[in-house]
Design a protein around this ligand. Sequence first.
Ligand code: PSV
Ligand code: MN
Length: 428
Amino acid sequence: MKTIDNELLELHNKQQLRHVRNDYEHLGEQLARRNIDIDVVRQQTATFGVAIPSWGVGTGGTRFARFPGPGEPRHVFDKLQDCGVIQQLTRCTPTVSLHIPWDRCSDWSELRGAASEQGLAFDAMNSNTFSDQPGQAHSYKYGSLSHTDAATRMQAVAHNLECIEIGQALGSKALTVWVGDGSNFPGQQHFRRAFDRYLDSARQIYAALPNDWRMFLEHKICEPAFYSTVIQDWGSSFVAASALGSKAQCLVDLGHHAPSVNIELIVARLIAAGKLAGFHFNDSKYGDDDLDAGSVSPYRLFLVFNELVAAAHEGVAFDPAYMLDQSHNVTDPIESLMTSAQQCQRSYAQALLVDRAALDAAQQANDALAATHLLKTAFQTDVTPLLQQVRLDAGAAIDPVAVYRASAYRARMASARPAVVGGGGGIV
Ligand code: PSV
Ligand code: MN
């Protein structure tokens, strides 16, 4: 089912077709001077896909307030419909990452069917043991997988096992585990014992993983615990993933580090260790701001992709999962997600333009200026016509946001989905 009228999409594309062709040809000439075949880069860029987080299509919020937008998705089927729009217009978001229990539904095969109708599949499942659910026997106030109480830990393990089961029904192949476990006061928690308890619980989840599944461990420096967290950094994540086994890897959410941490270096280390699970892309200025990917620091995003492309170029075998994880507080979530997905695709395309042989030579010769100039040259290349051509080839919109706005999808949803009363504060 196509939620946006294809005729509208084609009309918009037609209006810009001549410009895209001209701009693409011009960029092709420029790249040819650098010995780069634009068609090869185009084909590689066309393979890029990033998963949409189901929770991202709803309006986000902070702990102070949430300002819901019109036509918000009311349940997981509405969320899938919004994800379908994003995929239809961009063709670089073929999968959706679900969060349980936020996306609970009564018939998983119906959901799977609805997804394939939208041309979507399911990426990693996300468990939630960071908030209590109605009727839950044991509270996660003081932790979940690492809780001091065995029954609470068991409940958290059972929830993760259920997520795996749901994921199997949906065709997912990975479970992302992020826990809010930690402490707010020095002395509150015995660091080593809490980590051991976490590991013991994680082992039980790992043991239930199907053979072709992976377990993604997501670290986070702080929040909701503000003094310490059990899986605080990539070091803790790496220790845990190594203790669990080869199917456990470390997931890097760009917002989960101290402000000046060199994330691309962490990425390189995890690749080298065979432990890079993948990413939650977003951007930040101060903390886990969950801003739109590349909206504040596009160069940092490029440098992350540079490590990924370099490793692939050198023949390293790895398979990182790409997901967005953002909170859209002041924008239409669909517009933000389309823009962010394209921003990731842009960074990937730019990273493909790095002259790897010249960079190797500059690094070998300790020519710092030449080396950094090579990265800047790739980053400063305006690959817009290339991305437009990739979208055109795939049947997507040359300008997704323009078509989306012209379609009045949001206004249609505003009448089709009556607003749910309530909705106070809360980080999504
Ligand atoms: C935690 O901040 C996080 O990054 C985890 O990935 C959660 O699953 C997600 O945000 C949604 O709260
Ligand atoms: Mn995340």
